[in-house]
Ligand binder design. Structure first.
Ligand code: ATP
Length: 583
């Protein structure tokens, strides 16, 4: 498949509003790809060459380098490229315009294909070490010399992380279903396969090569992360029990880091909720698993919690996150020791046990976990009585837990990979005291501080994740309640993510002084959600404006365990808003 066709389709997708229409255009494109090309085409469309958990290098070209690439390919000076970039605000448009006028656009050019582009970008991403930047620039400008202006536009956006088609993973699954089965009905099956193998490209390749029946045979396996199940939230015990199906396993909610443990003999791999391998950060956890999990192969989930080295008491999440930042892993595992609390099992000795109901899974888990000082199952109790649920919640809070998670125990209470459903409902202290609800937001911009705050950021612009359009619309500006330490930390953490200009996936009507790459996630409390003319979350899905969080304040918790796409979604905010309006 020619890359020119891809670039044209990208342009059409981008200029089309409405997700269904976008999906249809993308499905047409997928239909034209050969089975071998489909996964590469998807990689180029999501601007990610490999799933994160494979730990392969990714292409990430800084704007500065992209300027050099264009200058070299179009035989113009870097300042000419910079002028064009400032004029258009878009590196892709700059490449398009400058190559259009370039004499080189070109008699001897080789036609770019999906495969040649993918291979070149993959090769570039693997270059490292001294002198590699020079070679990267040469390779990329070689690609551009062969590129037509429209191809250059999308290539540049792809390599600089500025591609914005508005197609999130679920829309891509819809498009795959449409392209290869004729309609969107197979989406649920495709989604299931994606949730257990965490690889969109693989699902696409299997579907295009062997059809839907083959996709259904994609099973979870030890060593490949399974997309984690998440919880919804409610504040009323009676409603929780109704939603969860009358009876629930009510577990304490531990304030730690979620871990998915894959054990194959002595080999132990730990995945975070962002699906990163965190085994090297937690050698002590791997050792505890080797010693205390009596299964040859298994996939189990639990919470890693920091504990006090002398008293053994649980310490807060922030303490645990020190383990993530420090390089001296051995010393840190002594300074911040941890305990493990397991709550689920998905795979046991060659068998996928994820669809077995909750309590039976817990029994299986109980059988393989040797309870010792630092390893145990989560504390939990089955109840159908709302008063008892409230009492367990109070016990949990009084003993220093975050709250409880009520889990469905009925016949259909299998583990739902990748979904946030009513099978798990969390109840936290912050929802109960009536004042606020916490959300996890992505920092996208900042306003310079004045007076005492000069040199620091005075206010932070924060966004939710729009899971339908793959964008980050703002929901609030947080400017009060910061301690001096918080302000210092904002500065030091955010400095590395400063952008020359607003990321196209960030949607904002508020003008920030500084824009950031949307990567850092923080926990924010707010009084309520309101319809706003200033903020944009859900604007296209509601009437009257977007949603904003009133009186937002930062709790001090950096959600290092969450990626930007795991922030609170616009869908969740709309659901909370409707609940708030109804009550
Ligand atoms: P929160 O911000 O409330 O921690 P979240 O968005 O991080 O929620 P959710 O999936 O909504 O994540 O809530 C479930 C999280 O709670 C899990 O990811 C896990 O890390 C943590 N957790 C703590 N105790 C338990 C438990 N007993 N069972 C399941 N998850 C637990």
């Amino acid at each position: 498949m020619l890359y020119e066709r891809v670039a044209q389709a990208f342009e059409l997708v981008e200029s089309t509003s409405g997700s269904l229409a976008k999906i249809d255009i993308f499905a047409e494109l997928l239909k034209e790809a050969s089975p071998e090309e489909v996964s590469e085409l998807i990689a180029l469309s999501v601007a990610k060459l490999h799933p994160d958990w494979m730990e392969q290098p990714e292409i990430g070209i800084a704007e500065k380098m992209a300027v050099q690439v264009i200058a070299s390919a179009a035989s113009v000076s870097e300042s000419t490229v910079e002028d064009k970039l400032n004029e258009t605000g878009d590196i892709g448009a700059a490449a398009d315009a400058l190559l259009e006028g370039s004499v080189q656009s070109s008699l001897f050019a080789e036609e770019l294909t999906v495969n040649s582009v993918f291979r070149t970008l993959d090769a570039i991403s693997r270059m490292s070490g001294r002198g590699s930047n020079r070679v990267k620039i040469a390779k990329l400008s070689g690609l551009l010399t062969d590129a037509k202006p429209i191809e250059a536009k999308y290539l540049l956006r792809t390599v600089t992380g500025r591609l914005r088609l508005g197609l999130a993973s679920m829309s891509i699954l819809d498009a795959l279903s449409t392209a290869f089965t004729g309609d969107r009905d197979a989406r649920a099956e495709l989604e299931h396969a994606f949730n257990v193998c965490s690889d969109l490209g693989r699902v696409a390749r299997v579907l295009a090569t062997d059809g839907l029946a083959a996709v259904k045979t994609i099973k979870a396996r030890v060593g490949t992360p399974i997309r984690m199940m998440a919880a919804k939230k409610l504040s009323d015990a009676t409603e929780i029990l109704q939603k969860v199906g009358a009876k629930a396993l009510v577990e304490y909610k531990y304030d730690g880091e979620r871990v998915q443990v894959h054990k194959d003999g002595d080999e132990v791999v730990l995945f975070s909720r962002r699906q990163e391998k965190i085994t090297t950060q937690y050698p002590d956890v791997a050792e505890l698993v080797r010693k205390n999990i009596k299964a040859e192969t298994c996939v189990i989930e639990g919470e890693i919690v920091a504990v006090d080295s002398s008293t053994g008491k649980m310490r807060p999440f922030q303490e645990l996150m020190r383990r993530r930042r420090k390089t001296d892993i051995k010393a840190m595992s002594q300074e911040v020791p941890v305990a493990l609390f397991f709550f689920d099992i998905l795979f046991l000795n060659g068998e996928d046990v994820s669809s077995i109901p909750m309590l039976k899974r817990r029994k299986l888990l109980d059988k393989i976990v040797t309870t010792v000082d630092r390893v145990s199952l989560t504390i939990g109790e089955v109840t159908e009585d709302p008063e008892r649920l409230d009492a367990i919640f109070m016990e949990a809070i009084n003993s220093g837990y975050e709250g409880v998670i009520a889990k469905a125990v009925h016949e259909k209470s299998g583990y739902k990979a990748g979904s946030r459903s009513w099978l798990w409902i969390k109840l936290k202290a912050s929802y109960k005291d009536g004042m606020s609800d916490s959300v996890d937001l992505v920092i996208v911009g900042a306003i310079h501080g004045r007076g005492k705050r000069t040199g620091l950021y005075g206010a932070i612009l924060a966004s939710a994740y729009d899971e339908e359009t793959d964008t980050f619309p703002t929901v609030c500006k947080i400017g009060t309640g910061f301690t001096d330490e918080m302000l210092e930390e904002f500065k030091s953490r955010l400095e590395t993510h400063v952008l020359e200009r607003q990321n196209p996936k960030v949607l904002s009507d508020v003008k920030a002084d500084v824009w950031f790459e949307p990567v850092e996630v923080i926990e924010v409390l707010g009084d309520e959600l309101t319809v706003s003319q200033t903020h944009l979350a859900g604007k296209d899905r509601m009437s009257g404006g977007g949603l904003a969080i009133r009186f937002p304040r930062f709790t001090g918790k950096w959600r290092e365990d969450k990626s930007a796409k795991q922030a609170t979604t616009v869908g969740e905010l709309i659901e909370s808003f409707e609940r708030q309006r109804g009550s």
